[in-house]
Ligand binder design. Structure first.
Ligand SMILES: [Zn+2]
Length: 262
């Protein structure tokens, strides 16, 4: 827990650790959710140094053919999901509802997706921004958000919760997990980020912000008690994950994913 996280003034969330999944595709998942709820929640990793598992759709590191080849391997590793939906991410707050589980769908600008359709895997790309997983195991609905500081400041978590409630979920049944992103010891930012996230600006005008702790506070304000955070940091755990900041913008992208397998 960082000083900055304390400054946000929220009780720490439960730590929920993603575990590595065996296989040729580097993946980390919340195994407890798969076993208890039939919910698949995870994120791809960096992979081997000689062949990084970059899934970035807008990256300049590798050819489109190589990226799509990795997407094919990723999809083959989740055969219970005939449908996958992702979109161009714009650090906004739009969250889209989906009903169809078929094929790979790449949509225009949106930073969140939600569904109650089994077999549809929601995806967001990330490399420091926080993937936020929302699940309602009773209603059997899920939402996945891409939350950097702009999306967090803009209220994408509230949009995601509102959409699930509008589709029949009850707030008491929601679980929220703030996944693998940059931690409060690695994310040095300026005053505009603190102001946007509703956190006191440090006297120096710059400082370290834990975006996940801001999301935890927001979740609690929305009435969600069951909130957890990942112990991993995309930056200081860079051997395992891609980090935009640690690489000076040169790294690839991971895909966070969430879906109902049955
Ligand atoms: Zn860190």
């Amino acid at each position: 827990m960082t000083e900055q996280a304390l400054a946000v003034g929220v009780a720490p969330a439960t730590v929920r650790r993603e575990t590595a999944v065996a296989g040729s595709v580097p993946k980390f998942e919340i195994s407890e959710w798969r076993e208890r709820f039939g919910v698949v929640a995870g994120i791809t990793g960096r992979g081997g140094e000689s062949a990084p598992f970059d899934l970035g759709l807008a990256g300049a590191n590798t050819s489109v053919g190589q990226v799509m080849g990795r997407w094919r391997r990723f999809r083959e590793s989740v055969p219970e999901f005939p449908g996958v939906v992702v979109s161009q991410q714009v650090h906004g707050t739009a969250v889209l509802w989906h009903d169809v589980a078929a094929g790979l769908t790449i949509l225009d600008a949106a930073d969140g997706h939600a569904t109650s359709t089994p077999g549809l895997l929601l995806g967001v790309t990330a490399a420091d921004c926080v993937p936020v997983y929302l699940i309602d195991p009773i209603r059997r609905a899920v939402a996945l958000l891409h939350a950097g500081w702009r999306g967090t400041a803009g209220g994408i978590l509230a949009r995601g919760v509102e959409l699930l409630l509008a589709r029949g979920s009850v707030v008491d049944n929601l679980l929220i997990h703030c996944g693998i992103g940059i931690c409060g010891s690695c994310y040095e930012v300026g005053s505009e980020v603190f102001i946007g996230c509703g956190v006191a600006v440090p006297p120096a005008g710059r400082g370290w912000l834990d975006v996940r702790s801001v999301l935890v506070r927001q979740a609690r304000e929305l009435g969600v008690e069951n909130v957890s955070t990942s112990p991993f940091c995309s930056m200081h755990d860079q051997p395992l994950f891609f980090s935009h900041r640690a690489s000076g913008g040169a790294d690839g992208r991971m895909v966070a994913y969430l879906g109902l397998s049955k």
